[in-house]
Design a protein around this ligand. Structure first.
Ligand code: ATP
Ligand code: MG
Length: 376
């Protein structure tokens, strides 16, 4: 029988598809136990959602309940409150009769609109009236705290794609209120993270923003070389295929230990290899990975101004700092020094580059590979 491909890339990974991150998991669990708010920031697809899910599964118990809210499709305050109430109810009691009891007890001023399906335990949907919600916003935000106190439990509210809050109407005022209510809670803590790296940095790392210093800020690192090596080797061996250490190092280097791409490239190599990974298999898989992502990269690059493109060309050819210096501006045709500053800010907010200690780098290692091939 043919074994299934042991690599996965896409949304969250769990079980034995999840590797390493032991220290990060411990830190999250400790924060949850101690009621400490946590913020997780990293570039796209390094493994934030998987990590939080992992820690949540480990800690979820009678005494500590995790309510998970995904703001992926949430754009308004009303949608936010509705989902917030739902996930908290679902996390703290399993029967919908009890949900109603809790609502009656703790949200006295609000009359929910309830739709119950054929199987009430699974198709139970709640709706609220905007005016009622607006009038009682603080009460809603305090719902987990009230439930926690009355049940003698603790609640962790985990919120993915939190940066969507920035597109709400009057977002700043809303953020201020959230913070002021949430930070007074004793039995409830929050874990906030999201896939938009730059927006998350703006929300949490700017002194003027309401959520500045809201909690333990984790800059999630990459999974280590040793852990990836073991992970890849084992998955090949367990499915009757062999991969030499040389190719494992190549995978790790070519995609710069990026979680999603390590899995994608390994997936493609595994698929192509009969029983043994050869240099031809490797090359084909690498080409496939680049072309599978190429459409996206083309779109990002097509409309770029020529100075922006020149800036990226400089980075791709190894020049990583002092690009606003006179010589560099002339050599790479970057316009003016002031223009370079603008370009940098654009590329930062578009999440194409990152700057650490003045060193500029591509955020997406496969975009860099593609760029070197097609543009440089
Ligand atoms: N601990 C891990 N072990 C193995 N693979 C992982 C791990 N974490 C992430 N990955 C790989 O990266 C992919 C993306 O993971 P995940 O969705 O958790 O990242 P994310 O940081 O939440 O992404 P986004 O920024 O898009 O929200 C997974 O599908 C998987 O291929
Ligand atoms: Mg995610």
């Amino acid at each position: 029988m043919k074994a299934n491909n042991p690599f996965y890339f896409g949304r969250m990974v769990k079980g034995n598809l999840f590797t390493d991150r032991e220290k990060d998991t411990e830190r999250l669990i400790a924060n949850f136990k101690n009621g400490l708010n946590t913020i997780i920031i990293s570039p796209r697809r390094w493994g934030k959602s998987s990590l939080v899910q992992r820690a949540s599964e480990k800690i979820n118990s009678d005494k500590i309940r995790v309510a998970s809210l995904d703001m992926f499709s949430i754009r308004t305050e009303l949608e936010f409150y509705t989902e917030y109430i739902k996930v908290i109810l679902v996390a703290t009691s399993s029967k919908w009769e009890e949900h109603l009891k809790i609502l009656k007890e703790f949200l006295k001023q609000i009359t929910p609109k309830i739709t119950v399906g054929i199987d009430p335990d699974h198709t139970f949907s709640l709706g609220f009236d905007w005016d009622e919600v607006k009038q009682n916003a603080k009460e809603i935000l305090n719902l987990p705290e009230k439930i926690a106190k009355s049940k003698g439990i603790r609640i962790v509210v985990s919120i993915d794609e939190f940066q969507n809050i920035a597109v709400f109407n009057e977002s700043l005022a809303f953020q201020k209120m959230l913070r002021s209510v949430w930070q007074r809670q004793e039995e409830t803590c929050y874990c906030l993270y999201g896939s938009k790296f730059h927006m998350m940095q703006e929300l949490f790392e700017r002194q003027s923003m309401p959520f500045y210093r809201f909690g333990d800020l984790i800059h999630l690192g990459k999974i280590g070389e040793k852990e990836w090596t073991e992970f890849i080797k084992e998955r090949f061996e367990n499915t009757g295929k062999h991969i030499d250490d040389v190719y494992i190092s190549k995978i790790i280097n070519d995609v710069d230990k990026h979680s999603y791409y390590v899995q994608q490239l390994s997936h493609l190599i595994w698929e192509k290899a009969d029983t043994e990974v050869t240099s031809m298999v490797y090359q084909e898989a690498l080409d496939d990975m680049i072309s599978q992502n190429a459409l996206l990269y083309q779109r990002d690059t097509e409309l770029m101004s020529s100075t922006k493109l020149n800036f990226l060309k400089a980075i791709a050819s190894g020049v990583k700092q002092n690009l606003s210096g006179k010589n560099m501006v002339a050599k790479y045709k970057l316009g003016t020094s002031a223009n370079v500053v603008k370009i940098k800010n654009h590329l930062l907010s578009e999440e194409i580059i990152d700057i650490q200690n003045k060193i500029v780098s591509f955020i997406d290692p496969v975009y860099e590979l593609w760029f070197k091939r097609e543009i440089l």
